[in-house]
Design a protein around this ligand. Structure first.
Ligand SMILES: Nc1nc2c(ncn2[C@@H]2O[C@H](COP(=O)(O)OP(=O)(O)O)[C@@H](O)[C@H]2O)c(=O)[nH]1
Ligand SMILES: Nc1ncnc2c1ncn2[C@@H]1O[C@H](COP(=O)(O)OP(=O)(O)O)[C@@H](O)[C@H]1O
Length: 204
């Protein structure tokens, strides 16, 4: 019986705009997803608040969380750990609410193994050239890191096949609309399956 919330995973290569799209979706008043705040060992940036943007942890604390099985997935990304708190995700889904994860591709692969029923959306760049432009204009990376990111991006783009949907992030508003439509369509599909299932049980 399908009665739990939907686990929505938005992923894609570094610099494609995952954070931008996620923030835009959550700034919309009618958003009904619950955003899962990640744990990280990276230092807070100016303006970031513990428990709002991330739960900021030391390396020791993070490794303890891994040991205790408190993370649904985790990955090391540019020298820092990032991970999703498993209890929050499971409890929120149990309440019938949709949970939204915005994570990099290694983590998304782990979630796919644990939640094959989740809805996996790959955010793709319009082109590799545009991806490089975005990483460069963001201005947070050195030249060497940009080269590393571009090499990693090619491998990340090949992982697109593991996803249910690919959304091109050309215009942020349009990418958000597409993500919202995909989620809505998935809910309708699941309701239909559930109705059919109930009917089948009535007949037996
Ligand atoms: N695997 C995994 N990746 C995460 C998690 N939270 C954030 N990320 C990803 O980590 C990467 C770096 O995030 P951040 O340091 O905030 O920098 P950003 O590149 O400005 O988004 C981004 O690709 C995020 O999508 C998480 O819980 N698990
Ligand atoms: N649709 C878009 N068009 C142009 N620039 C974008 C778009 N989406 C994001 N960006 C810019 O690209 C850069 C990377 O976006 P970001 O959200 O940090 O990516 P990610 O979280 O995937 O690493 C940022 O400077 C952001 O403003």
């Amino acid at each position: 019986m399908i009665e739990k919330g939907l686990l929505i995973v938005l992923s894609g290569p570094s610099g494609v705009g995952k954070g931008t799209v996620r923030k835009e979706i959550f700034s919309q008043e009618n958003t009904r997803f619950e955003y899962s705040i990640s744990m990280t060992t990276r230092a807070p940036r100016e303006g970031e608040v513990d428990g709002v943007d991330y739960f900021f942890k030391s390396r020791e604390e993070f490794e303890e969380l891994i040991k205790q099985g408190k993370l649904l997935e985790y990955a090391e990304y540019v020298g820092n750990y990032y991970g999703t708190p498993v209890d929050y995700v499971r409890e929120t889904l149990e309440k019938g609410r949709d949970v939204f994860l915005e994570i990099e591709v290694q983590g998304a692969k782990q979630v796919r193994e644990k939640f094959p029923d989740g809805l996996f959306i790959f955010l793709a760049p319009p082109s590799l050239g545009e991806l490089q432009n975005r990483i460069v204009t963001r201005g947070t990376e050195s030249e060497e890191l940009i080269r590393n990111r571009m090499n990693a991006a090619k491998a990340e783009i090949e992982m697109m096949d593991l996803y249910d949907y690919v959304v091109e992030n050309n215009k942020v508003e349009i990418a958000c609309e597409k993500v919202n439509s995909i989620v809505q369509a998935e809910h309708c599909r699941r309701e239909r399956v559930e109705k059919r299932y109930k009917k089948m049980l009535e007949v037996e």
